[in-house]
Design a protein around this ligand. Structure first.
Ligand code: IPE
Ligand code: MG
Length: 227
């Protein structure tokens, strides 16, 4: 979800105004995804690197998280959406952490779609964490180093309960991964749009999905092998 700051600037407003207006895009995207039968929607809401922004902006984002979660749990329940989160969540401010855990708890029996918020998340952090945990278990004799495979590694990632994404959308014209789900995106289709996040609507999601449907996913095989 990128482009909130530029969107605000275009209107001659402070960056925070853009973040606030990004909430509508989240609502639209979540609702459209659930309606279409998408089972997992992951939103990159706050990266580990975002702490380096001005304190005022970080505080506003954390407050927005609390306010939005408190307000939108009802919408999530109405749409049968379960909320989950990945990232170094313990390091979030206490209030934000609490609101997040409450949102997760209050929606845990919903089953139409799982909406995963990546919060204080970075892929390198996640991969290093996984390596560290595995190393500790090897040392403690709980894990055999020679048996470590792709599947083993995946079990130590924050996404162990979710399938790899099929499609990644980045808004605002930037064409980068920015430390997002580096392991999981190995075979993901990438889609970039110039639309700034606060302007992102159902129609834009449909356009991305139509583009996705025209792609041939080969997973390393030849076109003929797929036929
Ligand atoms: C994305 O919009 C929102 C967050 C990272 C929280 P930005 O704040 O990055 O907006 P730009 O890139 O400055 O326009
Ligand atoms: Mg940005």
């Amino acid at each position: 979800m990128d482009g909130n700051g530029r969107w605000a600037k275009q209107q001659g407003m402070a960056r925070v105004f853009g973040h606030r207006n990004g909430v509508k895009a989240v609502r639209e995207t979540a609702e459209a995804s659930a309606e279409l039968g998408i089972e997992y929607l992951t939103l990159f809401a706050f990266s580990t690197e975002n702490w380096n922004r001005p304190a005022m902006e970080v505080n506003a984002l954390m407050k927005l998280l609390v306010d939005t979660l408190s307000k939108e749990v009802e919408t999530l329940n109405e749409n049968d959406i379960r909320l989950e989160a990945i990232g170094d969540l313990d390091k979030l401010p206490a209030k934000s952490h609490k609101a997040l855990l409450k949102g997760i708890e209050d929606t845990k029996t919903n089953s139409r779609m799982t909406m995963i918020l990546a919060l204080n998340y970075s892929a390198r952090w996640e991969i290093v964490e996984a390596a560290r945990k595995m190393a500790i278990e090897v040392k403690e004799g709980k894990l055999d180093a020679r048996q470590i495979e792709d599947k083993t590694f995946e079990n130590y990632l924050t996404t162990k309960n979710y399938p790899d994404p099929e499609l990644m959308i980045r808004t605002s014209g930037e064409q980068r991964i920015s430390n997002y789900l580096l392991w999981q995106l190995a075979y993901t289709e990438l889609y970039f749009t110039d639309v700034l996040w606060p302007d992102f609507r159902k129609q834009h999601l449909y356009e991305a999905l139509i583009d996705f449907q025209s792609r041939e996913r080969r997973f390393g095989k030849t076109s003929e092998q797929l036929a």
